[in-house]
Design a protein around this ligand. Sequence first.
Ligand SMILES: [Zn+2]
Length: 246
Amino acid sequence: MKAAPADQKRLLDLAEIDSVIDRLAHRRRTLPELAEIDELAARVAKLATQVIAAETEASDLAREQAKAEGDVDSVRTRAERDQKRLDSGQVSSPKDLASLQSEIASLHRRQSDLEEVVLEIMERREAADAQVTKLAAERDELAGSRAAAEDRRDAAFAEIDKERAEAQERRAAVVGGVPGDLLSLYEKLREQFGVAAAMLQGGRCLGCRTSLSIADLNRIKAAAHDEVVRCEECRRILVRTPESGL
Ligand SMILES: [Zn+2]
């Protein structure tokens, strides 16, 4: 392939701009905030599940407490009703009186046992409510950290995208000056190797950092200035400059 030396040198500008674009893309992909956000999102999701489990337990206990309080009420009502009958003097048979008194005593014991149950449920419910509050606060704090990391990520993205747009603008200007067939070769090699063109400097290919053999250097020296030469090692376009050591 033939291309004017000046056009070949444009490929070095292009390669430099492309390396900037690649570095920006790499920075965008490996932004520390991305891993941080993933980790925080996983922790927030896990805490959200724990909050739901704790809320379920708390509401189960609330229902259990209501039921136990209902049991206390019905035993108390029965005891009060029996007490009224006793106080009314309508029960006169000693046997019936003894039976009624025994029932009232039994109901009082039962009520006291049930009140113990209510107290125990209330304690468990208090602990469950405290757990809900604690987990929800942790979840909210982590969600806040995640939102902050997302803001930092977005700010970094915006900065990277701005630099990329500037680089692409510079690239378009350079590309405009490169002949079509040379550009096609460059783009094909870029797809293959990432870096498509490199300077020959002091007898070394700056693409693969290999020192060329005397034979290769002689071949390049003998090639016409408008001949597009390639590195035998890495197949990249080798651009000759006054620093090439030829
Ligand atoms: Zn090379």
